[in-house]
Design a protein around this ligand. Sequence first.
Ligand code: FMN
Length: 175
Amino acid sequence: MSTPVIGLSGSPNTSSRSRALLELTLAALERQGTGPSRLIDLAKLPSDGLLGRRKDSDVAEAIQSVLDAGIVVVSTPIYRATYSGLLKVFFDLLPQDALTRKVAIPIATGGGSGHLLAVDHGLRPLLASVGALVVATGVYGTDAQFRAGVPEPALVERIERAALEAASLAAGVAA
Ligand SMILES: Cc1cc2nc3c(=O)[nH]c(=O)nc-3n(C[C@H](O)[C@H](O)[C@H](O)COP(=O)(O)O)c2cc1C
Protein backbone atom coordinates (compact mmCIF):
# COMPACT_ATOMS: atom_id res chain seq x y z
CA MET A 1 0.00 0.00 0.00
CA SER A 2 1.39 3.45 -0.86
CA THR A 3 2.28 5.81 1.95
CA PRO A 4 0.49 9.18 2.04
CA VAL A 5 2.85 12.11 2.51
CA ILE A 6 2.11 15.44 4.15
CA GLY A 7 4.35 18.50 3.92
CA LEU A 8 4.08 21.28 6.49
CA SER A 9 5.57 24.67 5.67
CA GLY A 10 6.30 26.84 8.69
CA SER A 11 7.31 29.94 6.75
CA PRO A 12 5.03 32.97 6.36
CA ASN A 13 6.97 34.10 3.24
CA THR A 14 5.33 33.81 -0.16
CA SER A 15 8.70 33.16 -1.88
CA SER A 16 10.04 30.91 0.85
CA ARG A 17 13.36 29.09 0.55
CA SER A 18 12.45 26.46 3.12
CA ARG A 19 9.16 25.85 1.28
CA ALA A 20 11.10 25.40 -1.99
CA LEU A 21 13.13 22.63 -0.29
CA LEU A 22 9.89 21.11 0.99
CA GLU A 23 8.42 21.01 -2.52
CA LEU A 24 11.57 19.35 -3.87
CA THR A 25 11.40 16.77 -1.07
CA LEU A 26 7.77 15.90 -1.83
CA ALA A 27 8.75 15.42 -5.49
CA ALA A 28 11.75 13.27 -4.49
CA LEU A 29 9.49 11.11 -2.32
CA GLU A 30 7.09 10.61 -5.23
CA ARG A 31 10.02 9.38 -7.32
CA GLN A 32 10.75 6.90 -4.53
CA GLY A 33 7.25 5.50 -5.06
CA THR A 34 5.49 6.84 -1.98
CA GLY A 35 1.82 7.74 -2.15
CA PRO A 36 0.08 11.03 -2.92
CA SER A 37 1.50 14.12 -1.25
CA ARG A 38 -0.07 17.32 -0.01
CA LEU A 39 1.58 20.55 1.13
CA ILE A 40 -0.01 22.66 3.86
CA ASP A 41 1.08 26.27 4.31
CA LEU A 42 0.56 26.76 8.03
CA ALA A 43 0.53 30.56 7.55
CA LYS A 44 -2.68 30.21 5.53
CA LEU A 45 -4.56 28.59 8.42
CA PRO A 46 -6.80 30.88 10.52
CA SER A 47 -4.77 32.40 13.34
CA ASP A 48 -7.54 32.09 15.95
CA GLY A 49 -7.67 28.37 15.33
CA LEU A 50 -3.89 28.02 15.37
CA LEU A 51 -3.68 29.88 18.66
CA GLY A 52 -6.39 27.70 20.20
CA ARG A 53 -8.78 30.60 20.78
CA ARG A 54 -11.54 28.70 18.99
CA LYS A 55 -12.13 25.41 17.17
CA ASP A 56 -11.51 25.79 13.46
CA SER A 57 -12.44 23.28 10.75
CA ASP A 58 -9.43 24.11 8.52
CA VAL A 59 -7.01 23.59 11.40
CA ALA A 60 -8.82 20.37 12.40
CA GLU A 61 -8.59 19.14 8.81
CA ALA A 62 -4.85 19.94 8.69
CA ILE A 63 -4.31 17.99 11.92
CA GLN A 64 -6.30 15.05 10.50
CA SER A 65 -4.12 15.09 7.35
CA VAL A 66 -1.05 14.74 9.57
CA LEU A 67 -2.68 11.85 11.45
CA ASP A 68 -3.54 10.12 8.16
CA ALA A 69 -0.03 10.46 6.67
CA GLY A 70 2.78 7.90 6.80
CA ILE A 71 5.55 10.40 6.09
CA VAL A 72 5.58 13.96 7.45
CA VAL A 73 7.98 16.50 5.95
CA VAL A 74 8.43 19.65 8.00
CA SER A 75 10.11 22.81 6.73
CA THR A 76 10.83 26.01 8.59
CA PRO A 77 12.90 29.16 8.45
CA ILE A 78 15.25 29.58 11.40
CA TYR A 79 13.90 32.37 13.60
CA ARG A 80 15.82 33.37 16.73
CA ALA A 81 18.04 30.29 16.50
CA THR A 82 15.27 27.70 16.14
CA TYR A 83 12.12 26.74 14.17
CA SER A 84 9.37 29.30 13.58
CA GLY A 85 6.67 30.07 16.13
CA LEU A 86 4.13 29.19 13.44
CA LEU A 87 5.38 25.61 13.39
CA LYS A 88 5.41 25.49 17.20
CA VAL A 89 1.79 26.60 17.63
CA PHE A 90 0.66 23.97 15.11
CA PHE A 91 2.63 21.22 16.86
CA ASP A 92 1.15 22.31 20.19
CA LEU A 93 -2.27 21.37 18.80
CA LEU A 94 -1.26 17.80 17.87
CA PRO A 95 -2.14 14.85 20.11
CA GLN A 96 0.81 13.52 22.13
CA ASP A 97 1.33 10.44 19.93
CA ALA A 98 0.41 12.14 16.64
CA LEU A 99 3.50 10.96 14.73
CA THR A 100 3.89 7.49 16.24
CA ARG A 101 4.68 4.96 13.46
CA LYS A 102 5.29 7.84 11.05
CA VAL A 103 8.55 8.86 9.43
CA ALA A 104 9.61 12.53 9.48
CA ILE A 105 12.07 14.62 7.48
CA PRO A 106 13.29 17.88 9.06
CA ILE A 107 14.13 20.82 6.78
CA ALA A 108 15.28 24.33 7.71
CA THR A 109 16.84 27.35 6.06
CA GLY A 110 18.74 30.10 7.84
CA GLY A 111 20.48 33.33 7.03
CA GLY A 112 23.85 31.67 7.67
CA SER A 113 25.44 28.45 8.88
CA GLY A 114 25.60 29.55 12.55
CA HIS A 115 22.29 27.88 13.40
CA LEU A 116 22.82 24.70 11.43
CA LEU A 117 22.42 22.61 14.58
CA ALA A 118 18.87 23.90 15.06
CA VAL A 119 17.84 20.95 12.89
CA ASP A 120 19.33 18.52 15.43
CA HIS A 121 18.70 20.49 18.62
CA GLY A 122 15.33 22.03 17.72
CA LEU A 123 13.48 20.19 14.97
CA ARG A 124 14.48 16.61 15.87
CA PRO A 125 13.30 16.88 19.51
CA LEU A 126 10.09 18.60 18.33
CA LEU A 127 9.33 15.70 15.99
CA ALA A 128 10.41 13.05 18.50
CA SER A 129 8.17 14.60 21.18
CA VAL A 130 5.13 13.43 19.19
CA GLY A 131 6.61 10.03 18.40
CA ALA A 132 8.14 10.47 14.93
CA LEU A 133 10.88 8.28 13.53
CA VAL A 134 13.19 11.00 12.13
CA VAL A 135 15.51 10.21 9.21
CA ALA A 136 19.27 10.41 9.77
CA THR A 137 19.70 13.06 7.07
CA GLY A 138 18.32 16.44 8.06
CA VAL A 139 18.31 19.24 5.49
CA TYR A 140 19.69 22.70 6.28
CA GLY A 141 20.29 25.40 3.68
CA THR A 142 21.67 28.89 4.00
CA ASP A 143 20.36 31.81 1.98
CA ALA A 144 23.66 31.92 0.07
CA GLN A 145 22.96 28.40 -1.23
CA PHE A 146 20.04 29.71 -3.31
CA ARG A 147 20.21 31.52 -6.67
CA ALA A 148 16.92 33.09 -7.75
CA GLY A 149 15.08 30.73 -5.40
CA VAL A 150 16.84 27.61 -6.73
CA PRO A 151 18.96 25.60 -4.26
CA GLU A 152 22.49 24.50 -5.16
CA PRO A 153 23.11 20.85 -6.14
CA ALA A 154 24.59 19.89 -2.74
CA LEU A 155 21.28 20.73 -1.07
CA VAL A 156 19.29 18.81 -3.66
CA GLU A 157 21.55 15.80 -3.05
CA ARG A 158 20.75 15.90 0.68
CA ILE A 159 17.05 16.05 -0.17
CA GLU A 160 17.37 12.95 -2.37
CA ARG A 161 19.19 11.14 0.45
CA ALA A 162 16.60 12.12 3.06
CA ALA A 163 13.78 11.02 0.72
CA LEU A 164 15.42 7.65 0.11
CA GLU A 165 15.83 7.11 3.87
CA ALA A 166 12.22 8.13 4.54
CA ALA A 167 10.80 5.84 1.86
CA SER A 168 12.87 2.89 3.16
CA LEU A 169 11.86 3.51 6.77
CA ALA A 170 8.19 3.94 5.87
CA ALA A 171 8.24 0.65 3.95
CA GLY A 172 9.70 -1.01 7.09
CA VAL A 173 7.06 0.52 9.35
CA ALA A 174 4.28 -0.64 7.01
CA ALA A 175 5.67 -4.21 6.76
C1 FMN B 1 12.33 37.21 12.47
C2 FMN B 1 13.50 36.55 11.83
C3 FMN B 1 14.44 35.91 12.60
C4 FMN B 1 15.54 35.26 12.02
N1 FMN B 1 16.44 34.64 12.83
C5 FMN B 1 17.47 33.96 12.26
C6 FMN B 1 18.40 33.26 13.08
O1 FMN B 1 18.32 33.28 14.31
N2 FMN B 1 19.39 32.56 12.47
C7 FMN B 1 19.52 32.51 11.09
O2 FMN B 1 20.43 31.84 10.59
N3 FMN B 1 18.65 33.18 10.28
C8 FMN B 1 17.64 33.90 10.83
N4 FMN B 1 16.73 34.55 10.02
C9 FMN B 1 16.87 34.43 8.56
C10 FMN B 1 15.97 33.34 7.98
O3 FMN B 1 16.00 32.15 8.74
C11 FMN B 1 16.38 32.96 6.55
O4 FMN B 1 16.36 34.08 5.71
C12 FMN B 1 15.51 31.84 5.99
O5 FMN B 1 16.10 31.28 4.84
C13 FMN B 1 14.11 32.31 5.65
O6 FMN B 1 13.37 31.18 5.24
P1 FMN B 1 12.07 31.32 4.29
O7 FMN B 1 12.54 31.94 3.00
O8 FMN B 1 11.62 29.91 4.10
O9 FMN B 1 11.08 32.15 5.04
C14 FMN B 1 15.67 35.24 10.60
C15 FMN B 1 14.71 35.90 9.81
C16 FMN B 1 13.65 36.55 10.41
C17 FMN B 1 12.63 37.26 9.53
